[in-house]
Design a protein around this ligand. Sequence first.
Ligand SMILES: [Zn+2]
Length: 145
Amino acid sequence: MHEVSIARQLVSQATAVAEEAGADRVEALTVAVGEATHLNPEQLGFAIETVAADTPAAEATVTVETVAPHATCECGWEGTPEDLASAYVVAPNVTCPECGARLEFAEGRECQLRSISVPDGADAAVGDERDDEETTTEPPQSPDP
Ligand SMILES: [Zn+2]
């Protein structure tokens, strides 16, 4: 199963981050799965709980979030084409609806560890995790060309 090998990597990463934070166990971990992958979020969550059984993450609450495919173009367009998810699985050459150039994918094609929680209450952020997602109301920002 593909999910199991990925789950092992995620659990390994989570426990490593916990160790770096000085924690002896992981209370919760959040994983982001791109909708353009063929991974089943439920199966991945189950796989994580399974492979975590003998690790410091054994008691962790596992949350699997799905991330919509997101692409950017050098012409400045960015977004999620209607057929992006299916198109990416079939062929990675999805083109820009504005200029026809091949799109670069920013998100939605991989799964990755988003964040973990450790017992001392100090969440260990992973990567560019943003903690204010629940209250985020600002519109998507477009980088200036
Ligand atoms: Zn374009």
